[in-house]
Write a protein that binds this ligand. Structure first.
Ligand code: PEP
Ligand code: MG
Length: 547
């Protein structure tokens, strides 16, 4: 029997499963003893204790986990949440119930905002559980302790749990909730733990059951045969060898160079990416720096961040994307209006054009950083629809002093008009996440249509080929910066379709490097041709594998 979900990373895990215990029971609707001041004082003590505990866990974990835990600690110290709890206690509620309701209300608010914000809602639920556990004097719910290695199964993992996972014991992660951008996914990726999220039926798995979790395929095989276990174990050994191989520049077996670049969201991630062999940056998501900002960032603030990023890549290419606000990445200062279909709304370049001063400030900050450092800065616009929009962005960027200016191919219309676009643009970078969403008309944040969000679909591959062909004809580079580039088998096909560089989450670099080294350009082109002729995403994947 098999379960399915969204795989994170390329790993495989074989082992028994253990489930995170059920959450604490919901506090009863009840009145406190009458002393609201004492009731709130006890809650304040618990808020402070939980914040301190999260900070201590963060300090012990370090790195990205520390940032996540510090953000959770800030939630526990949020004065507006404390005020809401106080009001509820003054209205007669017990401390426990007031915490439960106040956090619940804030969670609903985040879920309604959708996208990145909605995925932070489970972080808030965890902080609430910890505070209630402290008030009750019981242990906070968390990861089970085991002497034998296991695959952890949970509704969703709280950052506090994921950050402190004992990697000598936890072979893999499976969650019922969460999407590819949930914290479980982000942290699993950064720690290279095989993970599958959004698995319907995950919580029906019984402790002690042996499974094979295959993140690349997004499948969980329950009670597998000995032969299946032996095959999975061989894959684990093979992958470990590939990951341990010396880091070289990305290249095919015939020597064709395919630079392997990193997708980053903060200058702080640069050093780790370089260590994993990133030959530069193929996508710097600038909006991640300003997700919480209420007002547009100043030129100086931005310049400092961009200069820090570029300083890690002297002599190397760094592709920075102009702010991509909207849909899954809302920015209050760029597009605050309510939209029925935000993915089809005023996002990306459309929003920047409507607030041109914000775009000019960002490009000016980038020009200043370019001129102050030795990196080879390329700048691109997100969500570009046609040659007119491409010309607008390229002309403005050059006028302000940028050297290399290009566009992202995320909207299918841009691929259809690829020949016109490559004439004006210095380069094109294909964002396969959005290109897939728009080609298959399936919201990338919506679990119910997740099966459509598959970049192996021949319709997506045909658009990539149109862009690749146009780039080759005009002598312009065409890179890939969507998640598709992190799938080693698909990466080979994308190169066969004309991609000249691949950019991905740094944890995926080793697997992709190993896959490229196994094929010649001729073989990559043959695999691409087989995939293009398939009728479905699954058939394209199989056709490429069989070629
Ligand atoms: C994409 O759409 O493929 C992409 C790289 O951009 P983002 O995921 O940030 O929308
Ligand atoms: Mg995109």
């Amino acid at each position: 029997m098999q379960l399915h979900g969204v795989g994170v990373g390329r790993g495989v895990a074989v082992g028994i499963i253990l489930r995170v215990p059920d959450p604490l029971p919901e506090p009863a609707v009840a009145s406190h003893s009458g002393d609201a001041v004492a009731e709130f004082a006890a809650v304040e003590v618990s808020f402070a204790a939980v914040a301190a505990d999260l900070l201590a866990r963060g300090a012990a974990a370090g790195g990205e986990a520390q940032e996540v835990l510090e953000a959770a600690a800030m939630m526990a110290g949020d004065p507006s949440l404390a005020d809401d709890v106080k009001l509820r206690i003054e209205g007669g509620s017990t401390g426990e119930r007031a915490v439960f309701e106040a956090f619940g209300a804030f969670q609903t608010l985040l879920i309604d905002m959708g996208g990145y914000m909605a995925e932070r809602a489970s972080d808030l639920a965890d902080v609430s559980q910890r505070i209630i556990a402290h008030l009750r004097g019981v242990a906070a719910p968390g990861v089970p302790i085991s002497d034998v290695p296991f695959i952890l199964v949970a509704p969703d993992l709280a950052p506090a749990d994921t950050a402190l996972l004992d990697l000598s014991k936890v072979l893999g992660l499976i969650t019922r909730d969460g999407g590819p951008t949930s914290h479980t996914a982000i942290l699993a990726r950064s720690k290279s733990i095989p993970a599958i999220v959004g698995v319907v039926g995950a919580l029906d798995l019984v402790d002690g059951t042996v499974i094979i979790a295959d993140a690349a395929a997004g499948t969980i095989l329950i009670a597998p045969s000995d032969a299946a276990i032996a095959e999975a174990e061989a894959r684990i050994t093979e992958r470990a060898a590939a990951l341990a191989a010396p880091i070289t520049d990305g290249a095919l077996a015939d020597g064709t160079l395919i630079p392997l670049l990193a997708n980053l969201g903060s200058p702080k991630e640069a050093a780790a990416a370089v260590e994993l062999g990133a030959e530069g940056v193929g996508l710097f998501r600038t909006e991640f720096l300003f997700l919480d900002a209420k007002t547009a960032p100043t030129v100086e603030d931005q310049q400092a961040q961009y200069t820090e990023l570029l300083s890690h890549f002297a002599g190397k290419k760094v592709v920075v994307r102009a702010l991509d606000a909207g849909a899954d990445k809302p920015l209050a200062f760029l597009n605050n209006a309510h939209e029925e279909n935000p993915a089809l709304g005023l996002r990306g370049l459309r929003a920047l054009r409507a607030s041109e001063q914000i775009l000019r400030d960002q490009l000016t900050a980038l020009v200043n950083a370019q001129n102050a450092t030795e990196a080879d800065l390329w700048v691109m616009a997100p969500m570009v629809s046609d040659a007119e929009e491409a010309a607008y962005f390229v002309t403005l960027g050059k006028e302000l002093g940028l050297k290399t200016v290009g566009v992202m191919a995320e909207v299918p219309s841009l691929a259809v008009l690829a020949d016109q676009v490559v004439e004006l643009s210095d380069f094109v970078s294909i964002g396969t996440n959005d290109l897939t969403q728009y080609t298959l008309a399936a919201d990338r944040m919506l679990g119910s249509v997740a099966s459509y969000q598959d970049p192996w679909h021949p319709a997506v591959l045909r658009l990539v080929k149109m862009l690749g062909d146009a780039g080759t004809a005009a002598g312009k580079p065409v890179g890939i910066c969507g998640e598709a580039a992190a799938d080693p088998q698909l990466a080979v096909v994308l190169v066969g379709l004309g991609a000249t560089t691949l950019s991905m989450t740094p944890a995926a670099l080793a697997d992709v490097r190993a896959a490229l080294a196994e094929v010649t350009m001729e073989q990559a082109v043959a695999k691409a041709k087989a995939a293009l002729a398939a009728h479905t995403a699954a058939a394209a994947r199989n056709a490429a594998a069989a070629t």
